[in-house]
Design a protein around this ligand. Structure first.
Ligand code: SF4
Ligand code: SF4
Length: 283
């Protein structure tokens, strides 16, 4: 099963929820967590371990000027503005290139070949015999997060239970993360911003045809608007975590309540059971 954990905005505690869920589930079964927040991965702080690293590259065009006749077809073809030809001279903007290979295909002289360029890395950490973390890391200055996320998810292929910790927002990296997920847990908080961004994230899950449920984090007990929204969209509220001094004191120092406060590991296991019931249409 592949479970994506997402939120329409940053700061909802999504990664902490993901880490608590992974920790709790790993007490009884193997779990692989994929940190897809590749611009700011942080799950390794919860699960420290030695890691193996592989490079992530994308294919970029390289022009052999000895074969180029300066026709400009490659620049005219590139819809992303990544390649321009002026007076027979090429200018290439790697951050805009989507590695579609089109410029190489249209070149009448076969002057363009594709060469790998590093954009990031994927690290694999074995935190315990039943808990593995795979972290995508985008290199500084790079903007193409999806290839790094794709590679990180690929490395988790074939595992029975995989959690994807999505980046905040609803842009391409979130779509890449949610692609192929069997279920999406949407983490929100009871604020006007929380509700607004939950609406956006729920819309993405709906568009992608992924069943979803909601976890309300840092609840002050006044969740009526979130509950009304969820009811109107057929989204089950699967868990509520209260705004509580004891919980905050554990999380403020990077701890996991599933380890530090008795009973919370069982609650996260219960959350997972609720997700299964929701997938089976029983909620
Ligand atoms: S590979 Fe595609 S996106 Fe990149 S420069 Fe060529 S045409 Fe443009
Ligand atoms: S399409 Fe080929 S020949 Fe034409 S400008 Fe580009 S690289 Fe040169």
């Amino acid at each position: 099963m592949r479970l994506a954990i997402a939120s329409g905005k940053g700061g909802t505690g999504k990664s902490t929820v993901c880490a608590n869920l992974a920790q709790s589930l790993s007490e009884t079964q193997p779990v692989v967590v994929v940190d897809c927040d590749v611009e700011e991965p942080n799950l390794h702080l919860f699960f420290p371990a030695e890691c193996d690293e592989i490079e992530v590259t994308v294919a970029n065009p390289v022009v052999d000027m000895s074969l180029c006749q300066g026709c400009g077809d490659c620049g005219r073809f590139c819809r992303y503005g990544a390649l321009t030809v002026m007076k027979g001279s090429h200018t290439f903007f790697p951050e805009l290139c989507h590695s579609c290979n089109g410029c190489a295909i249209v070149c009448p002289n076969d002057a363009i070949s594709m060469a790998p360029r590093r954009v990031g890395a994927v690290r694999s950490h074995r935190h315990s015999p039943t808990l593995t973390l795979i972290s995508g890391i985008l290199d500084e200055g790079e903007v193409q997060a999806p290839p790094v996320i794709h590679k990180a998810k690929e490395m988790a292929n074939g595992t029975t239970l995989t959690l994807y910790d999505a980046p905040p927002g609803i842009a391409c990296p979130v779509i890449e993360t949610m692609e192929g997920a069997d279920y999406c847990l949407l983490v929100t908080e009871s604020t006007p911003f929380g509700l607004h961004d939950l609406e956006l994230a729920a819309g993405v899950a709906e568009e992608m045809g992924i069943p979803a449920g909601v976890l309300i984090n840092r609840s002050d007990g006044h969740d009526e608007e979130i509950n009304d929204f969820c009811a109107s969209r057929g989204l089950p509220v699967l868990m509520t975590i209260p705004f509580d001094r004891r919980i905050a004191s554990v999380q403020n120092i990077g701890g996991l309540i599933s380890l530090e406060i008795p009973g919370w590991d069982k609650r996260f296991i219960g959350l997972f059971r609720s997700i299964i019931h929701s997938m089976e249409g029983e909620l």
